[in-house]
Design a protein around this ligand. Structure first.
Ligand code: 5GP
Ligand code: ZN
Length: 113
């Protein structure tokens, strides 16, 4: 997707503070962090949202979740806790239409909101 911001970050056309890379995903610091730790875990392959994810993507989705959890443990927020969020479409406030998982931690968070 030539006009997709996160595809451009994946390909290196747009810079980001990358904190993890593997064959399936990359992770980089959110440009407008909502918590002391706010990292985006992004599949290398373009999927617009969770609505495009089928059973074919279950391994990829699991990979994002366990990779983010390992990052959390390795970066000192495993015990204190963290949240993983995937926003889908308008009511959830999705603004970048390349599937991504937010890892948020380092401060107490309200239950939902
Ligand atoms: P969404 O609202 O779609 O779930 O999350 C998109 C996230 O991408 C937001 O938290 C926003 O701050 C972040 N973001 C938007 N543009 C950029 C950018 O150019 N670089 C980085 N690192 N993060 C971005
Ligand atoms: Zn994309």
């Amino acid at each position: 997707m030539s006009d997709c911001l996160f595809c451009k970050i994946v390909s290196g056309q747009v810079p980001a503070k990358i904190v993890h890379q593997d064959d399936q995903c990359i992770a980089f610091l959110d440009i407008a962090p909502q918590a002391p730790t706010h990292v985006l875990f992004v599949p290398r392959r373009h999927l617009a949202s969770l609505n495009e994810a089928t059973v074919e993507e279950k391994e990829l989705l699991g990979h994002l979740m366990v990779t983010a959890s390992k990052y959390a443990r390795d970066n000192g927020i495993g015990e204190t806790g963290y949240r993983q969020v995937v926003n889908c479409n308008r009511d959830a406030g999705q603004t970048v239409f390349h599937l991504h998982l937010h890892l948020l931690g380092g401060r107490p968070m309200g239950h939902f909101g």
